[in-house]
Design a protein around this ligand. Sequence first.
Ligand code: FAD
Ligand code: NAP
Length: 308
Amino acid sequence: MAEHLTKVLIIGSGPAGYTAAIYAARANLEPVLVTGMQPGGQLTITTDVENYPGFADVIQGPWLMEQMRAQTENVGTKVVYDYIEKVDFSQRPFVCTAQSGDVFIAETVIISTGAQARWLGLESETAFRGFGVSGCATCDGFFFKNKPVAVIGGGNTAVEEAIYLTNHASHVTLVHRRDSLRAEKMLQDRLLAHPKITVLWNHVLDEVIGQDHPKAVTGARFKNTLDGSETHLDIDGLFIAIGHDPATQIFKNQLELDPEGYIVCSSDTRTSVDGVFAAGDVQDKVYRQAVTAAGQGCMAALEAEKFL
Ligand code: FAD
Ligand code: NAP
């Protein structure tokens, strides 16, 4: 069990956290960054990244985050592979306790804990999670070689996952609860033109159907949102891609959160507690992009420096 004293504690290692660390380190603030359970954040579970500026060719999400981590350390950040379980923002310096028992005593804190995949909450979905029901196509798509699968959702993630899964699956059905997608136009065009993808419009998941020995998904029943009729699909894999929730459990009762759990921030990343800043998907439910998270990380570090 160790005690770490720091001017700036950064919680989270996605684009927001790493960028905050780069700026804080270059301001000689000797930041400490705690990575959490997913070092590199959400981009480590995707493949192609085409919209992060500075790269003319397509790059890979895990590679980009590895570069950010290396840059963070090269400029002098102490990166700690741990998870913050408890924070006390009632007085300064702030006290944050990690899973290992280590305690971080910080003059300022930058929160960049991002967001986590959302689930539908059906019993059958939970029962088959890890046995055919997945929240990450790039992680699990490989297991469905030449097998039919379905993806639920209508945003960028769902459409990208459906397109990615055509590399493995025999057929992909995208199931969406409305009659239009919210994914960006370019992705929609690719999806709708793809010969291995069909879209089941106006349907929601009713039940995942499967067997116990060996435990596996064999199909799913969907309900039409317009007329209530049911559709059965024979599928081996079901990917839930319906968005994310901000990782803010540990900040309840410490910071002001909005009704959906996002940290309430001023436009310059200040939270309801002086000296605590927030950047990236944990406070931004509008843009939610790597580049905007990185930009907010930069802002939070500059604000922390000004505050100190
Ligand atoms: P995240 O990347 O979510 O990182 C959060 C970090 O916080 C993680 O390291 C986690 O371990 C850590 N953490 C959480 N809780 C704790 C804790 N208690 N203690 C310590 N650490 C903690 N955006 C694009 O711009 N282009 C794309 O092509 C693109 N593709 C995407 C593909 C997929 C499949 C997904 C899911 C998202 C994609 N996005 C893309 C969105 C992009 O990944 C996010 O906007 C971005 O990662 C947000 O960065 P962040 O730093 O705010 O948080
Ligand atoms: P999102 O944009 O919030 O989309 C979630 C989708 O799931 C929506 O289509 C929504 O339907 C549907 N949905 C939500 N709850 C549902 C439920 N209970 N039952 C059925 N369907 C449900 O989430 P996302 O696609 O994960 O994207 C998150 C952020 O990351 C976005 O800002 C996105 O732009 C970004 N991102 C960017 C890229 C890229 O730039 N290439 C790639 C991936 C993600 P409705 O449409 O009806 O609301």
